[in-house]
Every structure is written in C-alpha cells, then in structure tokens.
Design a protein around this ligand. Sequence first.
Ligand SMILES: [Zn+2]
Length: 660
Amino acid sequence: MNSDQVTLVGQVFESYVSEYHKNDILLILKERDEDAHYPVVVNAMTLFETNMEIGEYFTVFPNEVLTIFDSALRRSALTILQSLPEPEGFSMKQNLHARISGLPVCPELVREHIPKTKDVGHFLSVTGTVIRTSVVKVLEYERDYMCNKCKHVFAVQADFEQYYTFCWPSSCPSLESCDSSKFTCLSGLSSSPARCRDYQEIKIQEQVQRLSVGSIPRSMKVILEDDLVDSCKSGDDLTIYGVVMQRWKPFQRDVRCEVEIVLKSNYVQVNNEQSSGMVMDEEVRKEFEEFWEHYKCDPFAGRNEILASLCPQVFGMYLVKLAVAMVLAGGIQRTDAAGTRVRGESHLLLVGDPGTGKSQFLKYAAKITPRSVLTTGIGSTSAGLTVTAVKDSGEWNLEAGALVLADAGLCCIDEFNSLKEHDRTSIHEAMEQQTISVAKAGLVCKLNTRTTILAATNPKGQYDPQESVSVNIALGSPLLSRFDLVLVLLDTRNEDWDRIISSFILENKGHPSKSESLWSMEKMRAYFCLIRGLQPTLSDGSKQVLLRYYQMQRQRDSRNAARTTIRLLESLIRLAEAHARLMFRNTVTLEDAITVVAVMESSMQGGALLGGVNVLHTSFPKSPRAQYRRQCELILEKLELQSLLSEELRRLERPPGLLK
Ligand SMILES: [Zn+2]
C-alpha cells in the first residue's frame, strides 16, 4: 500500500471509531492498568458500509490494514482523552487493538471447515472446537539494530512466517545512501528483551456435528497474541477471526522444509452457550404440542410411542429405552444450600454380555444429540477421556479428551472399564463436579466437563450374580456411584423370549408399535432439543415419593450407609425432572416420581422395594395405563403413602376424557 492509501484508511477508521466506539474507548481510558492490552470490537459489516473502499483494502491487505487500524485507534483515543473537560481518572493506553467481527455471511468469509493453502493471505472466520492449548509464552517481536558505518539505528520485526525468528538485515535502511551490510544488534545482548508480547498456540478442530457422516474432522493451529491469550480453553466452541498465514522453520541443510498453514487470530468469540442450540421451528413445536394433545388421556401411551422410536432396531428392552430417554432429556442444574453446584446431567452405565445391544444404544444416542462424542474407555486419542499433557516439537500442550470435547453435550463411552491409568484419577471429579483441574508440565487450568455420560461395559468374564456389579466389571464402587443408573443386562436363558426375538428378527414383525408410526431420527433429535429447554418444578406429591424412597433405601443400607448417599436423592430428582421433560410438561408429577422409582428399582443403586428386575427381558406393556396403576399400588403401598395412593387411584378411575 502506498502512503496515500495508508493515510486514507487511517483517517476513515479514526473517524469511524470516534463516532461508533467513543464509549468503549472512554471505558478503556478509565482503566487503571496502562500496560495492559485492550480490544475494541468492530463490526465489519457496519464499517464497510460507511466506506466501501476500506473494505476493499482490508480484503487485499488484511495484515497491513489491521496495523493501520490499531494506530488510528490510538490517535482516536488520544483525541478523546484530550477533549475531556475533567481528565482525572483517565489515562492514555498504548496497547489498543481493533478486533474485527461480524463478517458478511458468505462461504468465502465465514467458514465451518478448516481453510486450505489457497486461503493464505485472506481474512476470514472459522468455527471450531479447541482441542489443544499450549503454555503461554513471552515472545520478543522487535529488536533494534545499528548500522556499523553510519550509526543509523532502526527496528526489525521478527518474521511471523519463520516462527518469529529475527532475520539479519541485508542493507542499511538509512535515507543517506549508505551501502553498508554490517550491523550490530542492540537488543537482547545484556538486558532481557524489551519489546515482548504474550503468545499462545491452540489447535482447533472442525465441529463434529457439522461434518457429514463418516468424515474425519480436520484441525489447524491458531496463534493468539496479547489480550487474546488465555481467552479460551479446551472444549470451547469458538469463532475465530483472523488471517490465514503460512510459516516454515528456518532452512537447514538436509532437513525437509515443511510449510504449515495457521490462522493468526485477530478476534476470538467463545460461543459455548449456543453450542447445542438448534433453531426450533414454530411448526415443529406445534407438531409436538398436537402429539401430546392427542395423548392427553393416556400420556404413557404417547411416551411409549417415542420410546419405541428410540433405537428401533433393538427389540424390546423397554426399560433400557426408558432409561436412555430419561438420561438424554436430562435434569436441571441447581445450587445446594452450601452453594455447591449440583449437576443437571445424568449418567447411565449399561453392563451386559456382548451382543445385548448396548453399543447400538450408544451409537443411536450419539446420532440424535447435536454435540456428542462417541469413544471407548481407552479413548480415541492419546488424551483419553479427560486431559493429558503432550509434548509437540519441544513444547508442552494440553490435549483435551472426550469428556472435555463433549462439554455441554453427550459423551458415549463403550468398553468403559478399559479406562487409562491417568483417567482413573480425574474421572471422579469430571463426572461429579464436572470439571477437570490440571496442573501438569507448568500448565494450570480448570476445564469444564458438563456432559451427560452414556457408558457401556462388558463383565470381566462370566457374570456372577452372586457377586456385586463392582466385582463383576472390575470398577471401584466410588466410580460406579457417580452413575445415576447402572443397568445390568444379563443374557439368562429364557425360551419364550428367544422365540419372540427370533420372530422379530426373521419376520420383522411383532414389533411393540407399528413401524409406520415410528419417529424419524430428525424428529427425535428435534424433540430432545426442544424438551431440554423445559424447566419442570417438583410437585408436593412427587417430592414426598422421592424423599420417602430415598429414606427407605438408606435404612435398608444402614450397615453400609456410605453406599446410599445424598447422591441418590440428587439422582432421583434429576431423573424425575428428566421424565417430566420427556412427557413434555412443566411440573414433575406423581407419574414421573413413580416411574423413576420403578426404574431405580431395576438399577444397581435401588432394589429396596421390588428387588431386581432383569432389564434385558422387558417388553413394552400392552396397556401402559394399567401398568402405571399397578406400579402405583405396589410402590406407594411399600412407601406407606396411603393417602397419595387413594388420591391417585381416584384420579385414574375418572372417565378417560376427564383425566387430567
Ligand atoms: Zn548505514
């Protein structure tokens, strides 16, 4: 760019920020720290609308124009400061950065995929998930040199394209025609480097949910500098605005030169809150409302139609489908009296022999959940399930494991008992507090793992019903207690069942629900997205049932009270909220509480009332309403809640049209 162009761009930008960002600048001038770096976020669309020419220069020379923007910003700040009638409490800041956001939405500028070589030199935005973060370094970016002949002193910038190495100047830039090529470096000889900035590299990966089935996500390094350093962590979903650059290591004899494509970021936008958000069509919502209106008299029949659509290739397994659906719906996060956060996400573990369909549930659940990771206990990457410190070309990096990448989503873990050693220590915290604290190789941070866990595992050898689940699958009970539900699927001989299954497989008939009424995967995905937004509150009746059940379970386990902790009550509440969401309502009713107790009774954590049910052989009830009535009688009688029972029975006996 020539000097006229530089002046023009500078003037346009200076008047633009003075007009549109005066308040932002005033707030920065009011800050105390004069050496800190401050961003001013500018919307590209609005800027380019005020002056088309500036947009054209920006497209062609993004790096040059960004530098001009920063100095224009400083000039504007100085003018604003000098025009203040009462300048006390305000001070000039030298390190101001124009951060460009809001690019026009077009495929060249707004990307969901990793840029390629042909994009080098272009300013664009990329959306991705952080999978790796490096230690923060201090980078020396400028040094002074002196010409040995004319004593002219000049600054040389470190070369980004050569990993910020300093290239020895080749000729004297002095205006007097000096032809010297001998210089002395004045910086970094005796004192520590003077002109430095914070520097960090991260790695982002294309978001799995935006990829077509079967493609492997690609990744790319992103350079963060100044105030952008430490602005994000592993697992975060980002939109990064920046210039695609290439860089190579200084040439060395006999070493192949490799060119790497990186994104030199200008602005980092963390969008975790919207990550699982799916735009919900009003039409779709209406469709679901009509569905429930249709089943107003028999809501359990409506629910069972949804359950039948869940993993339809697996026959029966009614209870497992119910449990999976509840876990996918999820409960509500709350803060207890002591101020501790209680998670809203539920965790489910399926224990069973190979061939019982466990893995199919995992695959199905991952498909209908927008932000999901499907992995095994040993992990698909070296990071495993939690996080690990890896050394990459001499630098320590933190690499995020599956639970971090599935933050705010679903993590499906097959072969759960093949956990890596380093995961075993941190997975308890990851599951309960939903964070992972890291202090490795000089990297200290806390990563979020607010994820729902759906795990499956085989027994270690033949399952021995005489032994505990913990012994059978070789996982410690503290770890097992982090699961809200542990369902054991045993392939015990049952000839009637075998006959039904084989007829289902051979003739594909005898299905619990007519296959034409099954919901499509898209519909299931939309439904679960929608209900996760519901915030059901507990009714008095449901509270009574859950609390009484919890107390009874505690009494039964009195010799081993450690097993039944307050976690059980928290699980019950979460699952009851989840069931209310599944039933598309804003109140947790007695129906939800009774169902949760029935499911808990089939889980390892329960068994106080009915004592174990083989969940593998549970078929869909012919009359869901009659089944609920039986469960009501059984459970409320055992819980000695007679008045609740008679009230509920009276409600059920009213003619179907009046059932409310
Ligand atoms: Zn010279």
